[in-house]
Design a protein around this ligand. Structure first.
Ligand SMILES: NC(=O)c1ccc[n+]([C@@H]2O[C@H](COP(=O)([O-])OP(=O)(O)OC[C@H]3O[C@@H](n4cnc5c(N)ncnc54)[C@H](OP(=O)(O)O)[C@@H]3O)[C@@H](O)[C@H]2O)c1
Length: 231
């Protein structure tokens, strides 16, 4: 809303500038016809106005192109599905896509507890909140069935867990914790990408994004141990 208002205001300013510049140029032509040169001050004023009008014109053109939402530019809004969008980076992405006019399928494990996300959906009709536990096959299957045949332009595999890897050092591996981290961070993106492959293939943009982290590196606990080692 504020973007539209400021663009309208700028357009009005620009129109006023152009009108005054046209007036000045007409005046120059008029005096030139009568063989009288305009004063140095008048010429400086005209040049200054021309420069300002050109700068304003280019700013409005470039900002308009960068900020136009798909709906504003008359295109069908693309669709993005984001995993783990109830907090952190996933929530921030959902907000940005919603603001840009995309249709957002914002997924999270428990929509009942995702108050910020449900508020976002209440404020933006282009956002729907769906339940999705990326480590649960039945949860994935339910969402896939719901969206069968519907294109998804961008699939963002964002859900992730840090787990508790502090004690994951040789001789003390916690296999349950390790398996959970691998299920959510490594296997789930493959599973989700495969599950929604038909939806992404049927879309215009066909993009699958995986957000990874240095914590995805199996060597990290060893490297950290090496750094803190006193031996
Ligand atoms: N923050 C950083 O500095 C950073 C840097 C590099 C990469 N990353 C990557 O960016 C992604 C998001 O990071 P973040 O900092 O926003 O993390 P975060 O605040 O810890 O949020 C993680 C999100 O993943 C969700 N999640 C965890 N397990 C899930 C599961 N089984 N099913 C569905 N959702 C699940 C969480 O939902 P719940 O609320 O239900 O747990 C939460 O929404 C992660 O993949 C992370 O590795 C982050």
């Amino acid at each position: 809303m504020s973007t539209n208002c400021s663009r309208e205001t700028c357009s009005r300013w620009l129109q006023r500038w152009l009108r005054s510049v046209t007036r000045d140029l007409s005046a120059v032509c008029f005096v030139a016809q009568r063989s009288r040169l305009p004063s140095r001050e008048a010429l400086m004023k005209i040049i200054l106005r021309l420069i300002l009008a050109c700068s304003l014109c280019s700013v409005i053109t470039s900002s308009g192109a960068a900020q136009a939402t798909p709906a504003e530019s008359g295109q069908a809004s693309p669709v993005v599905l984001i995993t783990g969008s109830n907090r952190g980076i996933g929530l921030a992405l959902a907000k940005e896509y919603a603001k840009s006019g995309w249709r957002v399928i914002a997924t999270c494990r428990d929509p009942g507890k995702a108050s910020e996300l449900t508020s976002l959906a209440a404020a933006h009709p282009n956002v729907v909140v769906e339940a999705l536990d990326v480590a649960s096959e039945p949860s994935i299957a339910a969402l896939v069935a719901k969206y069968r045949g519907k294109p998804i332009d961008v699939l963002v595999n964002n859900a992730g867990t840090s787990g508790n890897y502090a004690g994951q050092v040789p001789g003390q591996f916690d296999e349950t914790a390790f398996t959970e981290i691998m299920r959510v961070n490594a296997f789930a993106p493959l599973r989700i990408s495969t599950a929604f492959l038909d939806n992404v293939s049927a879309s215009e943009q066909r993009k699958i994004i995986a957000i990874s982290s240095g914590r995805g590196s199996v060597s990290k606990p060893f490297l950290e141990r090496g750094r803190t080692s006193t031996t």
